[in-house]
Design a protein around this ligand. Structure first.
Ligand code: NAP
Length: 340
């Protein structure tokens, strides 16, 4: 029995997701929703930089529902709760990388709508990616070796100069003067999904947090940065160090640090040790350094976000209806193994 998969959008993450679906022996790509109307009618393989696949993209959600897929890999730049609800209530599982972990960051009303729709449709809703997502699962797995945990920290550092999504960086306040009113709130709102991630990690440890705190720090360009796909002027934001802390009993239990920068001329000149460091203070203490080796042509940059979503498909399809988070998932690992 193969699981019938629809790819939602054909951006950077989606392109890698299509490659992973094709490589997975248990999955079949049956359709694709294109957000850009002009991509409708085109072959998904061609839209994703691959050979033609004989699967055509549509801009019509009705056609996607009509395909009766088991699951939609939901990977748009900006989410649309009405679309997600429509998929779920029509009995289609949804796995999202679009700022979704529990849906709380979408607001309480939308979160409830999504949870209800999944239950009504008898299907599951799951959010993942590399971070938030896979790194939280890694930290929790590592913590299985501890008798007692005092703090779990996940430090992410990335030079994002090759992450060509001008909308993403603009929505975080990049390119704006650092004294722009509301800048911190803007960054907080765009990174809000990491609050959901802090809460999910705490819940998996059986802890209800008293509070989740956010502290952003901005880096400023010391010269004009013409990145080719985004112009960041001297004196405007080109870096963000956002820290989310889950607090219980007056101290930090969970800590997620997100240090992202564009270009090589920034003040403060934060060093970037690319990847993630997971630090567990406990008995015993544990430290994991997590790095990704990309192909030298950087052709598959979205894979670290896409693959945790694609590899979760069988578990999500098998899960009980409603929201599923890492705490309720079985072991998820690679779906395809090269032999010989
Ligand atoms: N959890 C994680 O670790 C993680 C890591 C990286 C990214 N992400 C998230 O994954 C999602 C995809 O990232 P990406 O890098 O692939 O993004 P992207 O390439 O910038 O955009 C993805 C696609 O979204 C569609 N799109 C463009 N403008 C849109 C708009 N205004 N509203 C709705 N859709 C729009 C387009 O689809 P068509 O191609 O169909 O026209 C575009 O190709 C984003 O939500 C991103 O925040 C998560």
């Amino acid at each position: 029995m193969t699981i019938r998969v629809v790819q939602w959008t054909t951006g950077g993450v989606a392109r890698s997701a299509v490659r992973a679906v094709l490589a997975h022996p248990g999955l079949e790509l049956v359709g694709c929703y294109a957000w850009s109307a002009e991509k409708a009618g085109k072959d998904v393989g061609e839209l994703c930089g691959l050979s033609p696949l004989g699967v055509t993209a549509t801009h019509d959600i009705g056609e996607i529902v009509g395909l009766r897929p088991d699951v939609v890999l939901y990977m748009p730049l900006l989410w649309n709760v009405d679309d997600m609800v429509r998929l779920l209530e029509n009995g289609i599982n949804v796995i999202s990388t679009a700022n979704f972990i529990t849906g709380r960051s979408y607001g309480d009303v939308d979160m409830e709508r999504l949870h209800d729709a999944a239950r009504r449709g008898g299907v599951s809703l799951y959010g993942t990616g590399i971070s938030p997502g896979q790194t939280g699962a890694l930290a929790l797995t590592a913590a299985a070796a501890c008798r007692e945990v005092e703090r779990i920290s996940i430090w992410e550092a990335a030079d994002c100069t090759l992450y060509e999504s001008a909308e993403t960086w603009g929505s975080l306040g990049f390119g704006l003067p650092p004294d722009t009113p509301g800048l911190a709130d803007r960054a907080r709102q765009r990174q809000q999904v990491f609050q959901d991630s802090v809460e999910v990690i705490a819940a998996a440890l059986g802890v209800e947090l008293d509070e989740v705190r956010y502290t952003p720090e901005f880096g400023v360009a010391t010269k004009d940065l013409g990145l080719g796909w985004l112009d960041v002027r001297k004196g405007t934001v080109c870096g963000l160090n956002g820290i989310w802390e889950g607090i219980v009993g007056g101290r930090t239990l969970i800590e997620l640090g997100l240090r992202w920068r564009l270009g090589n001329s920034m003040e403060p000149d934060w060093p970037i040790e690319e990847g993630h460091v997971i630090q567990i203070v406990g008995s015993p203490g544990i430290r994991i350094r997590h790095e990704i080796d990309y192909p030298s042509d950087f052709s598959d940059l979205g894979s670290m976000t896409a693959n945790p979503a694609v590899n979760a498909i069988p578990a999500v399809v098998a899960a009980a209806p409603g929201l599923v988070t890492i705490g309720q998932m079985p072991l998820i690992t690679a779906g395809s193994v090269k032999i010989g």
